[in-house]
Design a protein around this ligand. Structure first.
Ligand code: GLA
Length: 728
């Protein structure tokens, strides 16, 4: 391996300088260079060495005035000992005292897309295994594992060895100091993923989430930008922690050194303690770089997700979920009638939400008793599941496997299965949430109980889909005398994996009071997320578009609710609700037994349109034209020979004459037939009706659509239409 490692793939390059002793350093993470640097460039090894040396010389720096004497080296995991004065890449304590590892590289290797290094710290017997790879979509993945050797023997091994505690093991990559904005996210229940852009903060800044789930206000990612975020242009460097509970997102802008972004799992003191032979694997941290704005970041993540072997390959079924249709009012005859009606309008998956299990008449009881309530369902759920299957639909069922109600058979029999801090005198879990508590899944007996009950129902009923909910934060979580969030998260992953292993075609949706757990860690174990408990299409336009920065639309549930939203009270047109649902994995969250003939006919046309267009919306590249008027929300799905654009407003337009819509992503050399698909109903608009819009159809070259654009009609607020483009 040469001293300069050049990884390059999918438009992204990482240059690593491994010439100095200690951990290597990253010289560049960003756009691809187009030609190989170092030993693979086809030149002689002397020439390769010279070009490597030239690159090092080009970016190397000497000590700045007023700093440490030695030139500072940005290692893969920067520490104080490297002269780094930002937040260290890792922190460990030996016998309770902060320890400063001195890494000596034991082994390193590289391919065109992957670099691996193993380094050892003599004083502590700690071994750091570090792997950096460029994955599909140009997304850089960093995996780190900290292992405590037990081969040393002697004084440091065995029972007498002092405890080694891991406080954190985070991944960072450098970004140019020209980045002056930071984008991350905030939110609340029913308003997830609110973007927050600030000036790049000075010094080391950490945003932590300690909810035992990422939370409705999760940072989601940290993105460094060189200007205000735009969809279609600008350079962006973004980091995401693929982990489903507590996390730290960090940026370090140290003026005499560098700017780093990254993150990792947030561990509580004493949560991870390494005995000789133990190891801690940090969650994967993903880094996406784009030279084409936020759409480029999304494109990287979408390509990565779509390349996974377990990415859903079957068409994403049109769903009806019963929650807002019946809530806890489970009347088997009515639910059956709903299923019949659903099948009649083209629903492909029928999901029975909360309220079906032992004594669950409201949200105060029964979590943990995953047995069908015969008082409500005297014949069990068998007849419903069978009828749903007979009607040609999949059958889905709601569970909340990580939770337990005090008022449940399981909690009465096993009060010690609750995940809480039992070290207090009252031995009582504090702080219920929706009157529920957390089941300690790291306790094998509790794990087996849930696995057994859920598994039995999946097998008996032929359940195709689980809506897997998680409706509270974790508070004072203690397992076996230690902080328990880390173990609970891994146990949840194991439970999902074991169910999927036993039932290979089972799909799981990650719901957490809506979108409080939509990270790429949970997506390794699930097939879809419920983005929000808001079915208000105005709010959904934004929740979905920002959820889409990480997740492609086929993984994001988006349902049509009733005219007046249950969470916001806003009343919107059916066509608008349908257009918004078309933008994801579509469905209904609505009591359609109350719909009139016109509404049912419109829903049938919509489900047919969804089936027709999903090969485009679920496989195409997602693009967002940058428009000036803040009222517009336009999202495109561009496949190789077709595209769909959903054009919507969320408020009244500022301009009398709306701007032109330039459609990005098309093939400039092909001619497109552009049609307004009005199956969902016509959008109401005002005084400007462009000719093409009135005609409902036109044909233009891709270059004209991209550069000249289409004059937009003056849409009323909260209106939408669907454009369908087919290449000739
Ligand atoms: C959570 C979910 C909802 C619904 C209810 C059921 O709030 O986010 O979609 O499933 O639980 O209790």
């Amino acid at each position: 391996m040469s001293d300069l490692v050049h990884l390059e793939s999918d438009g992204v390059a990482v240059l690593i300088d491994a010439s100095a002793p200690g951990l290597p350093r990253v010289l560049h993470w960003g756009a691809a260079l187009g030609r190989r640097i170092g030993d693979d460039d086809g030149s002689t090894s002397a020439a390769a060495d010279a070009s490597a040396a030239a690159i090092v010389a080009a970016v190397d720096r000497q000590a700045a005035p007023g700093t440490l004497d030695a030139a500072w080296q940005l290692s893969l995991s920067p520490l104080e000992g490297d002269g780094w004065s930002g937040r260290p890449g890792l922190q460990v304590r030996v016998g309770g005292v902060l320890h400063h590892p001195r890494w000596a590289v034991q082994h390193s290797s590289a391919t065109a897309t992957r670099f691996e290094v193993v380094a050892r710290d003599e004083a502590s017997d700690l071994v750091l295994e570090f792997e950096l790879s460029i994955e599909a979509g140009g997304v850089v993945a960093v995996d780190q594992r900290l292992r405590r050797d037990d081969t040393a023997g002697g004084e440091t091994a065995g029972d007498a060895a002092p405890a080694i505690e891991v406080d954190w093991l985070e991944a960072t990559l450098p970004v140019p100091s020209t980045t002056d904005r930071l984008l991350s996210f905030d939110g609340r229940w029913t308003r997830e993923k609110r973007p927050v852009t600030t000036d790049m903060p000075a010094g080391s800044t950490v945003r932590q989430s300690r909810r035992g789930r990422p939370g409705h206000d999760a940072p989601t990612l940290f993105a460094a930008l060189e200007a205000a975020p735009r969809w279609g242009d600008g350079r962006v460097w973004a980091a995401h922690v693929a982990w489903s509970s507590d996390a730290s997102y960090r940026v370090d802008r140290v003026t005499d050194q560098a700017t780093l972004i990254g993150g990792g799992e947030l561990l509580r003191p004493g949560e991870v303690v390494l005995a000789p032979g133990d190891a801690y694997a940090a969650p994967r941290v993903l880094f996406a770089h784009s030279r084409a704005g936020l759409d480029g970041v999304a494109d990287g993540f979408h390509t990565l997700l779509r390349s996974r072997p377990h990415h859903p390959t079957t068409p994403r079924p049109f769903v009806l979920n019963t929650w807002e249709a019946v809530y806890f009012d489970h009347d088997p005859a009515r639910v059956l009638a709903l299923a019949e009606q659903a099948a009649a309008v083209g629903v492909e998956r029928f999901v029975l939400d909360d309220g079906w299990f032992l004594g669950r008449r409201d949200d105060t009881t029964s979590l943990g008793d995953w047995v069908v309530d015969r008082a409500v369902w005297p014949e069990g759920l068998g007849p419903l599941a069978a009828r749903v299957h007979e009607l040609g639909m999949q059958f889905g069922l709601w569970f909340e496997p990580e939770m337990v109600s005090r008022d449940s058979d399981v909690a009465r029999a096993h009060p010690d299965w609750l995940l809480h801090d039992a070290g207090h005198l009252d031995h009582d879990p504090r702080l219920s949430w929706r009157t529920q508590f957390v089941l300690d899944l790291a306790n094998p007996a509790a794990f087996d109980h849930v696995l057994g009950q859920v598994d039995a129902l999946v097998a008996d009923l032929g359940i195709d889909f689980i809506k897997w909910d998680h409706n509270r934060d974790l508070v004072e979580s203690v397992h076996d005398g230690r902080p328990g969030v880390h173990g609970q998260t891994l146990a949840t992953y194991r439970l999902m994996d074991e169910l999927r292993r036993r039932h290979p075609s089972l799909e799981i949706e990650s719901c957490s009071s809506g979108g409080a757990r939509t990270d790429l860690g949970i997506l390794e174990h699930t097939d879809r997320v419920w983005a929000s408990d808001s079915n208000d299409p105005v709010e959904r336009q934004d929740v979905q578009r920002w959820t889409g920065l990480l997740l492609p639309p086929e993984l994001v549930g988006a349902h049509v609710g009733p005219a007046t939203s249950h969470s916001s009270g806003r009343t919107t047109a059916l066509s608008y609700r349908m257009a918004t649902s078309l933008m994801g994995s579509a469905g209904l969250e609505w009591d359609i037994l109350g719909c009139d003939e016109d509404e049912l006919a419109a829903i049938s046309r919509f489900t047919a349109l969804y089936r027709e267009l999903r090969p485009i919306t679920h496989h195409g590249r997602v693009v967002h034209p940058d428009l000036r008027d803040p009222a517009w929300r336009v999202t495109g799905y561009v496949a190789s020979d077709a595209a769909v654009f959903v054009v919507a407003t969320v408020a009244s337009l500022e301009d009398a004459r709306a701007e032109r819509l330039r459609l990005p992503g098309l093939d400039p050399d092909r001619t497109y037939r552009v049609r307004v698909r009005d199956e969902i109903g016509a959008a109401a608009h005002g005084w400007i009706t462009p000719g093409w819009f009135a005609a409902g159809e036109l044909e233009l070259p891709g270059a004209v659509l991209a550069e000249v654009g289409l004059q937009l009609p003056t849409l009323w607020p909260e209106q939408a239409f669907v454009l369908h483009l087919e290449a000739r």
